[in-house]
Ligand binder design. Structure first.
Ligand SMILES: Cc1ncc(COP(=O)(O)O)c(C=O)c1O
Length: 323
């Protein structure tokens, strides 16, 4: 049998049916006016994925959880910060698919659960708090060992479901965007564990587009994140059976401010502008910083004249309500 061409290979990956219809792509005319943009700006509404409060993680989990079910695991273990969107989406996906979910959350256990942590609990996940980021991986390993010792069959999903398989979900997102008739010149989005940008870039490469994909870092340095993204992009292309070269990933870390999850003047402005012009929510940890990056690039005219921009909204709106 002749192997499937790369795009078809990705399209034929087993999915868990967590995604509904294609997410809308809308023009942000009022927001364009608010920032005096000479460029048309569109938004890809992955925040509006109906399952489990949506976001980019649902695209990744659609593939990663399908594999976990296929391989007969009975529980998943994953990790993130206390307000992790990825953990909340994993908790929802596990419940939908009949698996148990254990979340290793770094940070202080809150006195009252709010935002994503509250949803983790509501979706039935077991929460395990550890002090810092470096404690997460060992905690997941030892949790896996104790569940196995009790006769369970757990699998560990790495941070952000940023594996080549998970990132492929965003390459499928690019195919979806093209099917919707959009071929933007520039895509801007929030980047952290690298899978989203890797998948978007792989999709762009496989479609032969020239689109610039700019990842606005939520925490990591440009150098470190670029290396992660490029490694994962290679993984996605390999999974697709493509020997295309990896694109150099364009990452910007100058919008992080004082650190992960901390508001900046730019994120406050971005959140207020989008909410008041379009009634669409972004969060300070990821998407408001990405939008602050977009606003800065528009104001600086760092984008080629005549370009069309697409803001890939990766979700995180639950964070607006977290205490
Ligand atoms: C809302 C939101 N946007 C963007 C990201 C970054 O995506 P990635 O981890 O795939 O780089 C995350 C997760 O880290 C997220 O929760």
């Amino acid at each position: 049998m002749t192997p499937l061409p790369p795009r078809e290979r990705l399209r034929s990956l087993k999915r868990a049916s967590l995604l509904g219809a294609p997410t809308p792509i809308d023009r942000l005319e009022r927001f364009e006016k608010a920032i005096a943009s000479p460029y048309p700006i569109f938004i890809k509404r992955d925040d509006a994925i109906p399952f489990g409060f949506g976001g980019n993680k649902v695209r990744k989990l659609d593939l990663v959880m399908a594999e976990a079910v296929q391989e007969g695991f009975d529980s998943v273990i994953t990790c993130g910060g206390v307000q992790s969107n990825h953990c909340r989406a994993t908790a929802a996906a596990a419940t939908r698919l009949g698996l148990r979910c254990h979340l290793v959350l770094s940070g202080e256990a809150p006195a009252t659960l709010s935002g994503n942590t509250r949803l983790d609990d509501v979706f039935g996940a077991t929460l395990h708090f550890v002090a810092g980021r470096l404690d997460r991986a060992p905690a997941m390993t030892s949790l896996g060992a104790s569940l196995r010792a009790e006769g369970g069959k757990p699998t560990i999903i790495p941070l952000g479901a940023s594996t080549p398989l998970g990132a492929s979900g965003l390459a499928l997102g690019i195919f979806e965007m093209i099917d919707q008739g959009h071929r933007p010149d520039v895509i801007i989005h929030a980047s952290s564990s690298g899978g989203t940008q890797a998948g978007l870039l792989a999709g762009i490469t496989l479609e032969g587009l020239k689109t610039r994909v700019i990842g606005i870092s939520a925490d990591e340095s440009e150098t470190a994140l670029r290396r992660t993204v490029e490694g994962l992009e290679r993984g996605v292309l390999d999974l697709a059976g493509s020997d295309a070269d990896v694109t150099r990933a364009e990452v910007m870390d100058r919008f992080v401010g004082d650190g992960y999850g901390l508001e900046t003047d730019g994120s406050r402005e971005a959140l207020n502008l989008l909410a008041r012009a379009e009634a669409i929510l972004v969060d300070h940890t990821y998407t408001a910083k990405a939008l602050a990056g977009l606003i800065a690039l528009v104001r600086d005219r760092s984008i080629a004249p005549g370009s069309t921009i697409l803001f890939w909204h990766t979700g995180g709106q639950v964070g607006v309500l977290a205490r």
